[in-house]
Ligand binder design. Sequence first.
Ligand code: SAH
Length: 254
Amino acid sequence: MTDTLDLAARLRFVLVRTSHPGNIGSAARAIRTMGFERLDLVLPARFPDPDATALAAGADAVLDAAGIHRTLVEGLAGSNLALGLSARRRGVNLPEISPREAAAQALAAAARGEQVAMVFGNERTGLENEELAHCHAMVRIPSVDDFSSLNLSQAVQVMAYELRIAMLQDTPAPPPPMHDEPPADATQMEQFYEHLAQTLDDIDFHKGRTPTTIMLRLRKLFQRAQMDERELRMLHGILADAQRMAGLAGVKKG
Ligand code: SAH
């Protein structure tokens, strides 16, 4: 049986572009009370900051150990499953799940030895579509429609609470692995998307159109597949061959 501490260590809370350092402190306290320690900050507006320390109310170790990153991809490095918390239903068309379902999925993944990230957006703008594109599902706390947005650290608290409740229930025997190979992590997926974008360019797939929308759609497609490393190697191989053939055919972009 997997120890709860091991499971908790595989879960991280990633706060993206947080404006108010007080919210970072409150989030640290929220996760610490529920047995979690791992906080990752992507482009925080102000950190470290006395307001963060004050609101952490003693959860200083979480703040001290917090990772600070310049990009979400960096904040997600090593993670295999990313769940994005969002108050708004966005145009990204990700599967939408409840915090309870998210907790179940997160713990099942952690029990398989995977690393899981719970991702939270900026206080005013939330998670952008481009940020949600790095996630495998969108988690919505079922607040009322006409006032749906929780304070950031309170959303963190709700999610951490659900994870805690799920962990307190008998830890299930780890489910069989989904793959016989290690699942791809966020960094490997990002390398794949770069290779894919470059290849589409090389084969002149876009024909002058801007690649942004198609790349977001392709990300969604491949995120849904939750590929393992062997599958990723195979796709890299296909892309490399397509690039080689495009080179031989002398495809030139107009
Ligand atoms: N106007 C923003 C609100 C941001 S609140 C929006 O619509 O997304 C800051 C963060 O707290 C959000 O990015 C999200 O991660 C989390 N959050 C707040 N309310 C939430 C809810 N009802 N469900 C899920 N996450 C929520």
